[in-house]
Design a protein around this ligand. Sequence first.
Ligand SMILES: Nc1ncnc2c1ncn2[C@@H]1O[C@H](COP(=O)(O)OP(=O)(O)OP(=O)(O)O)[C@@H](O)[C@H]1O
Ligand SMILES: [Mg+2]
Length: 324
Amino acid sequence: MKIAFVGKGGSGKTTLSSLFVRYLVDRGLPTLAIDADINQHLATALGAGDETAMTLPTLSAHLPLIKEYLRGDNPRIANAEAMIKTTPPGAGSRLLGVVERNPIYDACVREVGGARLAVTGPFAEEDLGVSCYHSKVGAAEMLLNHMVDGPGEYVVVDMTAGADSFASGLFTRFDLTALVCEPTLRSVGVYRQYASYAKDFGIRIAVVGNKVCDADDLTFLREQVGENLLCWIDRSAHVRAAERGAIHPIADLEPDNLAALATLRDILDATDRDWHTYQRHAVEFHIRNANAWAGAELADQVDPDFVPGPHLRPQSEPAVGSYS
Ligand SMILES: Nc1ncnc2c1ncn2[C@@H]1O[C@H](COP(=O)(O)OP(=O)(O)OP(=O)(O)O)[C@@H](O)[C@H]1O
Ligand SMILES: [Mg+2]
């Protein structure tokens, strides 16, 4: 199951991503965390010291390897260079499990605070031929396009602020998009913008209130987002302690906040992914990119009969306990 945390800058996307990852890991569930924000803070939120956070390998620095591996022997992709962020998997492509041993994870996934983490890396201009940071998250988009996760396995992605994520196809890759919303007009404004885009693509959004202090905050959120308010996290002493460098076990999170994380997981688990739609969205964005900038001939990379899914996952070596 794939979940993204989106919302206004500073609303708490990284904080809630890290809490949810730690919640899943604490239950021994197979989980991969991905930091796909330009401001890379997820490692720190998971408990990495500054030096570790600065020296983590990045997905974007390993693009040639990622492309070469995922391409496999798909005859529609002539070589790794021909692969762009939206190139959809087809017959012969390599598909990924959430937890397994493969060259991409060996190179890019590290254990941080007990969680497996991949980071896209800070902004650089040259990736994938497009001079904007959307290309930076291209590596994450490629991984998600080829990820055939099953129920009870989780990919948690900390996304970039605001509605910018709609500039790439990345936002269609999730079973649930958790929109982190503070009880403020500006945060609600981002929610409205996101909700209207999402509707056009049938994207499932759930609002997770954050930094809720009192009944007035809650009333405000309920008035503004109505039944889309799934759950909320109160202003948390546990989170503030983490800001001071004291990361306590997730089991010590305030009970109401823990219950909110459980609600989030329940909703995610109850999602029934339609792999046909999943692939159709991938193909749609690929054709759009091919026509817009990559070259119309890249439409030939689409394998019209291919539908990904966990049943296509190869038997791989069992995952090792630590990637560090
Ligand atoms: N529930 C909470 N209780 C107390 N403090 C919180 C809570 N949620 C977030 N914060 C604090 O709010 C600040 C912003 O949180 P965070 O960095 O998670 O936001 P973000 O949406 O990821 O920001 P950015 O847009 O910069 O990536 C941090 O200092 C964080 O500790
Ligand atoms: Mg953040």
